[in-house]
Design a protein. Structure first.
Length: 124
């Protein structure tokens, strides 16, 4: 599952704590050379910690996840909200060319990334 992000243009829907953790991992040295290209982050709350972190890193932010659909080259949307209706809404409205990683799969993805980061630290 981690391979799907390898140098892939992605956007994240949900800008809370989970988003921040995911961004910190993806932007860390452990994934240098294999990082996805993070095109944007969407959340209704422009003060959410993941949105603020993304903004600080120069990543595009918006309060409407459908704005992410227009990002050039977007291939994967990672949905990290706590609202089960969001993934259903995205699935219906997203462009066909864009793959969706829903909140369940995104939690697995975070766990896998954390394991890889620990392996990296151990091997250093």
């Amino acid at each position: 599952m981690i391979n799907i992000l390898d140098q892939t243009p992605i956007a994240i829907v949900g800008g809370g704590r989970f988003c921040r953790l995911l961004l910190e991992l993806l932007l860390s040295d452990q994934f240098s050379g294999h990082q996805p290209k993070i095109l944007g982050v969407a959340d209704l709350d422009d003060q959410a910690e993941g949105i603020q972190y993304a903004r600080d890193k120069g990543i595009y932010t918006t309060d409407n996840h459908e704005d992410l659909y227009r990002l050039k080259g977007l291939q994967v949307l990672v949905e990290v909200t706590n609202d089960s209706t969001v993934a259903k809404s995205i699935e219906k409205s997203k462009p066909k060319r864009v793959k969706l990683i829903d909140q369940v799969k995104s939690r697995t993805l975070l766990s896998l990334l954390q394991i890889e980061a620990e392996k990296f630290k151990t091997l250093e």
